[in-house]
Design a protein around this ligand. Sequence first.
Ligand code: HMG
Ligand code: MG
Length: 348
Amino acid sequence: MTSTQGTPQRAESVPGPAQSTRSEQSADPGPLELGLPSTVRDPELPARVRIHEVGARDGLQNEKALVPVEVKAEFIARLAAAGLRTVEATSFVHPKWVPQLADAEQLLPQIIGLREEYPGLRLPVLVPNERGLDRALARGADEIAVFASATETFARRNLNRSVAEVMEMFRPVVGRAGEAGVPSRGYLSMCFGDPWEGPVPPRQVVDAGLQLLDMGCAELSLGDTIGVATPGQVAALLAEFDRAGVPVERLAVHFHDTYGQALANTLAALRCGVTVVDSSAGGLGGCPYAKSATGNLATEDLVWMLHGLGIETGVDLPVLVATSVWLAGELGRPSPSRAVQALAGPAD
Ligand code: HMG
Ligand code: MG
């Protein structure tokens, strides 16, 4: 057992009502003063995980109220300041399909300077088609993501096309992006279960995933869009990709937390060698075209577990919690993240 990870500090830097609630209870210093979480390194697990933060895109695309563009820009700046180095910023989809992100053109120029401030910061954006690619490139995007579905029903509902038509739509997008030196990530939704079609056979997921990789996506993110997966399924799907010859280094996992399985599923993926995990600050998230999708795995919950396992993330947990507390204030409702609630305390 080795203790390799700096432990989070007491949440003094976390603003808001939580601070006064904690400081009044001086007899009970709370867990952070004790230096929790204790670190117990598991040599079977990776030494470092790259967190692909999706709160500003997956999280805010699902908000009922429109969030002002300045708030989005500040959210992204705070995420970068918290040490996150891949911050998915927005989507260049049809503004009528996702009105919450219709301000993508205004947002990108406000955040692009962060790439100089934080060397290595990546700000990918979602792009569904060539029209979206043109819009994204015109605003200086230097990394994109396309998003397909393993199932026909969700492909139709989310992109108004069959799975085959979706792949044909993406092929020139990924090709042209590559020619412009812009790397593409491929998302694949409904990898474990679909609200209309039920369980999804792993082979069907692999077949769709291979199409995204073969067309040039550098990375494939496996989405549990409605949060129904359990750890055995995760291991089985990753084994199916392994049998198909896909290196685990090209895979990422994207769990929504509907049934509280996202952390357990992440641990199962780490045990299979995955080192890229998608999550959203404060546990924001969902998909407007899959009603049963709830929030993503909360980044704070993920970081608590990873740091406890001695896995480096580069994230400053108190700064991240402060960000989610601030955003919860802007959105007018508390964060669903258990770690945010524990570290920031209850709202008055
Ligand atoms: P469509 O209605 O089939 O569009 O929608 P179309 O191709 O027939 O074009 C119709 C008109 O829209 C045309 O204009 C186009 O130019 C315009 P007209 O010629 O009639 O004047 N148009 C656009 N305008 C602006 N930006 C564009 C664009 N594209 C076409 N990009 C479309 C097809 C793909 C546009 C639509 O289905 C769409 O935007 N869907 C996006 C849905 C979405 O964003 N869902 C959430 C993200 S996915 C997700 O959250 C899952 C994930 O998190 C992983 C997981 O959890 O599993 C990634
Ligand atoms: Mg998602």
